[in-house]
Design a protein around this ligand. Structure first.
Ligand code: ZN
Length: 336
């Protein structure tokens, strides 16, 4: 009897926009001893998440051709092929699904490749929002589908809610399917990757080429790019004025008076600004919203009101700071 050649384990990390996927990925990269290949699929037109992935011994690759689970051919299998061609094989492949993507679909596509096996599909849920998201008529189905065949749920951000709300969030997830395995986590308490051995390998198997999803139709992108910086106080006002259809906004920006750039993260109505190491000194934010998200120009106008006037323009009274000249990709991008 001949042994089959060893296959590389694949773990897919999913979860809705802002659930903490990148934080978890960085935890795995910092604490794991394996040489990882990390594939990151941002839904936004610019891959912000890939820039936030910690440096590690392996490789980080971005999947930029739209939502991977909707675009079976488009670059994903070629990227996997490149990973498998590496002279020194990777110990483990981690794929970060987009925030609207279906992680199981991605696992199925990956498993078309016979030299891979599925270690686990892990889905993060934001304890502060998951019950509301599941009940939301616009995004509820997308969120529910993400949990359909996952091996493990990380009920994240439990440090931000009280015990009663944590129990309610856990119950909302548990009600989706019998036997759901849920672990409560926060940024400080994230678990290691389930070990890739026979006992813990996912019981789910890819059995058919999945149907093509239509996340490209269900969600809209918005990209905001400007030279210069924001005024902190007016930025707070502008963020409050953004419409509720905007589910997620993130990226780098500079605040007037600050020496370095900040990472702006907004999930629903909550937002934070944290100093970040980034080469850019300008503003580059990407947003994802429901299909009824207002026109990008309208959203641009809201954030433009928060721009600090650059010193050179001060004497001339309120001239618009020049936009930097990278072409914008706005609105819906067709599924490939
Ligand atoms: Zn998709």
């Amino acid at each position: 009897m001949t042994d089959k050649p060893p296959t590389i384990p694949v773990t897919v990390v999913g979860g809705f926009l802002g659930a903490g996927k990148t934080t978890y990925l960085n935890h795995l990269l910092r604490t794991g001893r394996s040489r990882f290949a990390v594939l990151v699929n941002d839904f936004g037109a610019v891959n912000i998440d890939a820039g936030l992935i910690a440096r590690h011994d392996g490789a980080t690759m971005t999947l930029t051709n739209g939502c991977v689970c909707c675009s079976i051919g488009g670059g994903f299998l070629e990227t996997l092929g490149r990973i498998l061609d590496e002279k020194i094989p990777f110990d483990h492949i981690i794929i970060e699904a987009s925030g609207v993507g279906d992680p199981w679909r991605i696992a199925e596509i990956a498993l078309v490749e016979p030299s891979l096996h599925l270690n686990a599909v892990i889905v993060l849920a934001d304890a502060t929002r998951i019950a509301a998201l599941l009940a939301d008529p616009h995004v509820g189905d997308t969120v529910r589908n993400q949990f359909e065949r996952c091996d493990l749920v990380l009920l994240n951000k439990t440090d931000l809610v009280d015990a009663h709300a944590t129990r309610a969030a856990s119950a909302a997830v548990a009600a989706l399917r019998e036997g759901m395995k849920i672990v409560e986590t926060s940024e400080q308490t994230m678990p290691d990757l389930p070990q890739a051995n026979r006992k813990t390998t996912s019981p789910f198997r890819a059995d058919a080429v999945p149907d093509v999803a239509d996340h490209e139709q269900q969600f809209k992108r918005w990209q905001y790019q400007r030279g210069g910086s924001f005024d902190r106080v007016r930025l707070e006002t502008a963020l409050r004025a953004l419409p509720p259809q905007l589910l997620r906004l993130k990226g780098a920006c500079t605040l007037a008076g600050d020496t370095g750039p900040s990472l702006l993260q907004m999930v629903g109505r909550d937002w934070s600004l944290t100093p970040v190491e980034a080469p850019e000194r300008d503003i580059l934010l990407v947003g994802v919203g429901t299909d009824d998200l207002p026109d990008p120009a309208e959203l641009d106008r809201i954030l433009d009101r928060a721009l600090a006037a650059p010193p050179a323009f001060d004497h001339h009274g309120g001239l618009q700071p020049p936009a930097i000249s990278i072409p914008l990709r706005e609105g819906q991008i067709p599924c490939r």
